[in-house]
Design a protein around this ligand. Sequence first.
Ligand code: SF4
Length: 387
Amino acid sequence: MGIPFFQAARIGAYLLKQELSGRKRYPLVLMLEPLFRCNLACAGCGKIDYPDPILNQRLSYDQCMEAIDECGAPVVSIAGGEPLLHREMPQIVEGYLQRKKFVILCTNALLLAKKIDDYKPSPAFTWSIHLDGNQAMHDKSVCQRGVYDKAVEAIKLAKSRGFQVSINCTLFNDADPVQVADFFDEMKALGLNGITVSPGYAYERAPDQQHFLNRTKTKELFRGILARGNGGKNWPFTQSRMFLNFLAGNEAYHCTPWGNPTRTVFGWQKPCYLLGEGYAKTFAELMNDTEWDKYGVGNYEKCADCMVHSGFEASAVRDMVRNPLKAARVALGGVRTTGAMAKDIPIDKQRKAEFVFSGHVERKMTEIRSAKHGSAKPGPQPTVAAE
Ligand code: SF4
């Protein structure tokens, strides 16, 4: 596994405490998006097509600390946009480390060499470099040549400075299992501390709608990849083996959207990292007021093809805690890549998709205009900061 023992032990203790206390819904990873601005424009991204006044918004240091103090998750994953464009990012990372949180800083690595001196290595801090496959796959995915080479240079630099480094890899329907397996071998040879992999989510606002995987294709792709890596045992995944087992079609989990609660400049995002169907002012409001049963595979059209880590990793981890023998079998024997797949959740009764994005944008723009003219005191109040 790509997770150090002390990290696994501390997160395991947190999970056991939640389960033993009978808590029905609890967070595992805070997904923090302190800005939407990015220095790339990837075809599969559904996060950056906002008007400039929204792209100029930042969560302040205090708001970032409030988010973790409110939700209490043991892990924070900082994404965006591109977090290294945020001026206060080194302080934010430090603030979380002082609170004894595990911090994963997700970056496209274009600014890593310039900013690396602002950060200190720690076993609780991991750079997570965005790499969607080998050079051809990644440069195509991010719509810019040369980005793969820069990311690999950044990995080598960060490793040479003593940092923990992992990659996060999103796969689309043009991924070839042989190429992906070779890519994981190459990444392992770089001495990475971990690999996180997930199918992409079909964001309704992503410019490229042609290349997202459906459920069947996702399962077939992951069987094809994992079969070439000894059921996944060859590679240092930071994810639970049970999540990989799910991706290979051996489980049919319901998602656990509250496991990875998401705080953005809009507020706490309902219901999950992938869908922005509403925003809550506080974590308590998110947990108490979200109509959770309206979402998930079988309940909502936008969820039908979702198998993304932010929705299902927590489901897999809960299964692992509740069924340790099954989890041990998968961990020791590797993920099964042949034979019958688990029967999936029927989707014939799901409700139709609602399209609410433009309403959120308009409300936010009104809020920003009002704040500029000193007349409003609406919801979460992000700061505005230039780089
Ligand atoms: S299935 Fe769950 S995690 Fe995926 S989009 Fe729907 S609510 Fe979000």
